[in-house]
Design a binder for this molecule. Structure first.
Ligand code: UD2
Length: 316
């Protein structure tokens, strides 16, 4: 049994990592400030795994004393705590910088000093920006278009620096538009799939920012969890940056058509101005994940969407 710290473990992706770790019989500690996470997510994760709720520390990961307390006695840190969302970072860059950069630096220092075996960081496909070539490979130059993307890019670079300077093993997994159960549609900054599913379920029109022709490599959360857990324990990959995704590309117009189809509604979307900092197309090359981690997507986009709609609506 290994000891895992999941920062942001009460959030959407974090709680899925917690659930799978509990299912595997690992020891889990969660650090979360509950700014977007919820204790109910931890309870749901534990119930799904058939175990007790894991050890929980409530606090700010950017508070070094708290990060040190959380890292004590830990083998692997899965650093998920962040303020996600491109538009939220455009609206409030100082707050997202604190969580995404100060938080990551504090966690790195705490992990280094606690002698953890490895820290795995939740990176983001947003770092690629609008480079035209698709699919995106890890060795392509990054061109962040928003504070959020820049912060995630700085986080990756901090990890690599800590590996080079202090010998702390680190791995960045670049997430691509992760979706699934427990993703909260409660804010305009929420992930688009959660918002579209809620709108369709309530018979409302969604807003599509731009012409809806932008595309994303939507990734069902079980795939992301599998990639991250492989990255924690696969030997010989310290300092690497690795895409974990589905390798598909779905436009927002097509996404709305599929959500509508699953729920049998015919509402037309409302189109709004494109969002500042938005990138046009995103699709991952996942050959590096296959080569280094033995990763392959285990749940397709269509199956993931069906499971997500079923969870959110209870209607299919
Ligand atoms: C970025 C990252 C993603 C993750 C996420 C965290 C990219 C390609 N992806 O997701 O990996 O780090 O940030 O937040 O950068 N939209 C609408 N209507 C809505 C909401 C969104 O049309 O009501 C559009 C939005 O303009 C965008 C797309 O849907 O074109 C996806 O938006 P999102 O907020 O779900 O995720 P995104 O791509 O910013």
């Amino acid at each position: 049994m290994a000891r895992y710290l999941v920062t942001g473990g009460a959030g959407f992706i974090g709680s899925h990592l917690v659930e799978e770790l509990l299912r595997r019989g690992e020891s889990v500690r969660v650090l979360d400030d509950l700014s977007t996470g919820k204790v109910a997510n931890l309870e749901a994760a534990a119930a799904a795994a058939g175990t007790a709720v894991p050890e929980f520390l409530q606090g700010d990961v950017a508070d070094l004393a708290m990060a040190r307390r959380a890292a004590e006695g830990i083998d692997y840190v899965l650093h998920q705590a962040a303020i996600p969302s491109v538009p939220r970072s455009v609206a409030d860059p100082v707050r997202s910088n604190h969580a995404n950069i100060d938080g990551t630096l504090a966690m790195l220092v705490a992990a280094r000093d606690a002698g953890v075996k490895r820290l795995v960081f939740a990176g983001s496909s947003s770092v690629y920006g609008d480079a035209l070539e698709l699919p995106k490979r890890e060795d392509m130059p990054c061109k962040p278009l928003s504070p959020y993307a820049l912060q995630k890019h700085v986080g990756e670079q901090y990890l690599q620096m800590f590996t080079a300077l202090y010998g702390l093993e680190t791995v960045t997994i670049r997430y691509f538009n992760v979706f699934g159960p427990r993703q909260d549609p409660g804010s305009p900054y929420s992930g688009v799939i959660s918002l579209f599913v809620k709108a369709a379920n309530e018979g409302r029109a969604p807003t599509i920012y731009g012409d809806g022709g932008q595309t994303r490599d939507f990734t069902y959360v079980a795939n992301t969890v599998d990639g991250v857990l492989r990255a924690a324990t696969t030997p010989g990959i310290a300092g690497q940056v690795i895409n974990v995704a589905t390798n598909g590309r779905v436009s927002l117009n097509d996404l709305w058509a599929q959500v509508r189809g699953l729920l049998g509604v015919t509402t037309a979307p409302v189109y709004g101005e494109p969002r500042a900092g938005d990138i046009r197309d995103s699709q991952a090359d996942i050959r590096k994940a296959a080569a280094l981690l033995g990763y392959q997507p285990i749940v397709s986009f269509e199956e993931g969407l069906r499971r997500t709609v079923a969870w959110a609506t209870g209607r299919i």
